[in-house]
Each structure stands twice: as structure tokens, then as C-alpha cells.
Design a protein around this ligand. Structure first.
Ligand SMILES: Nc1ncnc2c1ncn2[C@@H]1O[C@H](COP(=O)(O)OP(=O)(O)OP(=O)(O)O)[C@@H](O)[C@H]1O
Ligand SMILES: [Mg+2]
Length: 285
């Protein structure tokens, strides 16, 4: 069964033409097809050591939820994966064996190597980060056209198909300020998909949204998971993490304290810090 044979989720986000998913076929067995490997990742800002030693592995077609307290380094991990920050040490490899981009930050990587790493992933930001002076379509086509230098007509057609898919075709010529937060975030997701990444990174994609707009965005992310996209999602929505993520990693003090099956980590955390954190999120009062 191919990922697109899966039944469409019951959600009100319209399903139209679909971007080619990065992986065809059923999800791999554990360890069979590793897409992301992070080892000993370190990052400091001035004297502040933010990532002390982060280790992560994500198999192709799997969804990893990153949870953890404020300031623990979750956003910094995503920004390092996406090349928005350059780590001080450690390694990041994205891709299949033989076709992977592997960078060792102990040796200062070249610009070209960093660009190759950046090209493998795409990020969806908490505050959408759309260009305010560009239309929706321009926001989506900018990266593929200017950075990836793909043909304009092909990029435009693919962008319109993706916008159609998320129910925003008629907003192609609108500006971000004319859209609701939920619509802006769906544009943010389309912009990421248009880059044809191997790995999708989400940084608290619904935390800036009004509660009634959260469902549409989570519904779209759920669809992408069913299609077989490999994703790392920073979220405080534990119910969503339990439902959509295969694995959960708990970050604390710049390290991965616990990483395992989503249901297991959320139901029966092994570490006291994870236990306290999960308990507090599930029982805030
Ligand atoms: N560009 C920067 N310059 C200086 N310090 C930074 C920078 N980016 C992050 N930090 C610091 O690094 C630490 C980790 O930040 P990060 O944003 O990764 O945490 P987080 O886990 O995403 O937190 P939150 O849940 O609040 O989003 C924080 O103490 C933060 O102040
Ligand atoms: Mg953050």
C-alpha cells in the first residue's frame, strides 16, 4: 500500500492534488531506514550553553514529537536541523545511506555543505514568518524559485495545487494580513511542502492560534503524517502528540532525557523529570 492509498482523515480541510510524498510504500520497520541522525549536538549563545549534547534518530515516515519545558532548547534543535543556527559541535545527517548529507560541526562546514543540509528540511514556524509584503503565492514560490532555482512555471503550478489542497486557492493573491492565523499557518505549511523537503520541522505550529483555528492546522498535519512524511514536531499538545506522533522525546536542559514510543512515554514516563512535566501539562490546575 502506498501512503496515498490510506483513507483520507475525516477532516474539513479539503484534499486536492497532493505533493509527492518523500517516501513511497509502507512505513519502515524500526531501524530499517533512518532519515535523521543527530549525535552530540552542542550549541551555546555567548556563555549560555543551550544544547549540551543532543542525540536523536528518526526513521523515514515516522513522526517525532519533541516536548519539554520552556527554554530547554527545543526551538534551537529545530533551527540547527534547518541550518538556521550553526551548532558548535556534534553531527547531523539527513537522508538515506549513500544519499545523505552528513555534517560534522567539529570541523567548520563549508557554506555549500550547510546549504545542502538546509535543502533537506523545511520549517513551519510558531508565528508563521510569512513575508508581509508578498502575496500568498509569492510566499510559497519564493524558496523553490530563488533558492532552489526551479523553473517558475513548474513551481507556480505546484504551489497552486498545494494551496488548492488546503482550501486556500482563492487566497493566492491575498496578503498575509488579509488571512486568519489558521490560514496563515496553512500557508506556512504549504510553503514548507513546496520546498519538497525530506524532513518537515514544526515549531509549536498551533500555539499562536485562537482555539477555534487549531483544529484545521492539526488536521492538516495529521494528514501529512498519514501520507508518510517524516516530521519532527515541537508541541505542547500532548493529546495531539499521542495521536499523531510515533515517538516522543523529552528535552530538558539541552539534552534528550527520554525518547521512546509516544504512547509509552506519555503514559508511563521512565524519568522523574518527564513524569513531572507530563503530569503538569495533563493536569495544569
Ligand atoms: N539567538 C539567541 N541568543 C541568545 N540566547 C538564545 C538565542 N536563542 C535561544 N536562546 C536561549 O536558549 C535557550 C533555549 O531556547 P529555545 O528557544 O531553544 O527553548 P525552547 O525549548 O524552544 O523554549 P520555549 O518552549 O519557550 O519555546 C533559552 O534560554 C534562550 O533564551
Ligand atoms: Mg521554542
Amino acid at each position: 500500500m502506498s501512503p496515498t492509498d490510506l483513507p483520507a482523515p475525516a477532516d474539513d480541510v479539503p484534499v486536492g492534488p497532493i505533493a509527492p510524498p518523500p517516501a513511497a510504500g509502507p512505513p519502515p520497520l524500526d531501524g530499517e531506514d533512518v532519515l535523521l541522525t543527530v549525535r552530540g549536538l552542542r550549541k551555546s549563545f555567548g556563555a549560555t550553553e543551550v544544547l549540551r549534547s543532543v542525540d536523536l534518530t528518526v526513521d523515514r515516515g515516522r513522526v517525532l514529537a519533541l516536548i519539554g519545558p520552556s527554554g530547554s532548547g527545543k526551538t534551537t534543535v529545530l533551527r540547527c536541523l534547518n541550518g538556521l543556527e550553526v551548532p558548535d559541535g556534534g553531527t547531523i545527517a539527513i537522508g538515506s545511506t549513500g544519499d545523505d548529507v552528513a555534517l560534522d560541526f567539529a570541523a567548520r562546514p563549508s557554506r555549500r555543505a550547510l546549504a545542502a543540509l538546509r535543502d533537506r528540511s523545511a520549517m513551519v514556524f510558531q508565528h508563521y514568518n510569512l513575508f508581509p509584503h508578498k502575496t500568498v503565492l509569492e510566499n510559497v514560490t519564493e524558496g523553490p524559485r530563488v533558492v532552489q532555482r526551479r523553473p517558475a512555471a513548474e513551481v507556480r503550478a505546484e504551489a497552486l495545487a498545494l494551496l488548492e489542497r488546503v482550501g486556500l486557492a482563492e487566497k493566492a493573491d491575498a496578503y498575509p494580513f488579509q488571512l486568519s492565523g489558521g490560514q496563515q499557518q496553512r500557508v506556512g505549511i504549504v510553503r514548507a511542502l513546496a520546498l519538497r523537503p525530506q524532513l518537515l520541522l514544526f515549531d509549536e505550529p498551533t500555539s499562536a492560534l485562537d482555539p477555534e483555528l487549531v483544529g484545521d492546522v492539526l488536521g492538516l498535519i495529521r494528514e501529512l503524517a498519514l501520507e508518510g512524511w517524516t516530521m519532527v514536531i515541537v508541541t505542547h499538545e500532548l493529546q495531539f502528540a499521542r495521536e499523531v506522533a510515533h515517538e516522543v522525546a523529552f528535552v530538558d536542559g539541552g539534552r534528550i532525557v527520554e525518547h521512546g514510543d509516544a504512547e509509552r512515554v506519555l503514559r508511563d514516563p521512565q524519568h522523574e523529570r518527564t513524569r513531572q512535566f507530563v503530569h503538569r501539562l495533563l493536569h495544569p490546575f
